[in-house]
Design a protein around this ligand. Structure first.
Ligand SMILES: [Zn+2]
Ligand SMILES: [Zn+2]
Length: 122
């Protein structure tokens, strides 16, 4: 009995396992719950491979633990890359994009040489 109920409409990227009926946020997470060699694949409990149930607009699906979710739709964000922050205020600029919608998230982290704390803007 699957514990997730994601409706595929509008979320084509989510994949459902035809064997156990569970839904996954990404193919990568789907792959995690499939074990065994090529001719003898089987499903394991998604919980046992570190996945947790996520929820978006009433749909549930298995997603990676500790990953960031999209502010707009709740789907998993995919890491896009790290760059140096050119302003020097932060060390690193990380960009992530949503696996489901068009949202992009930029995260600045680490103190750069121009970092001044929580100063007031002029
Ligand atoms: Zn399965
Ligand atoms: Zn999204």
């Amino acid at each position: 009995m699957p514990r997730t109920n994601a409706v595929l409409k509008g979320a084509e990227n989510r994949c459902q396992c035809v064997v156990c009926g569970e839904f996954f946020s990404t193919t990568r997470n789907f792959d995690k719950h499939r074990k065994g060699d090529h001719d003898n694949r089987y499903c394991v409990d998604p919980e046992d491979v570190g996945l947790v149930i996520g929820e978006s607009r009433g749909n549930t699906f298995w997603k990676g633990r500790g990953t960031m979710n999209c502010w707009a739709c709740g789907s998993e964000l995919i890491w896009g890359g790290d760059n140096d922050d050119e302003s020097g205020i932060y060390l690193i600029e990380t960009n992530l994009s949503c696996s489901n919608c068009e949202a992009v998230v930029i995260v600045y982290h680490g103190k750069g040489e121009n970092y001044e704390g929580d100063c007031d803007e002029e």
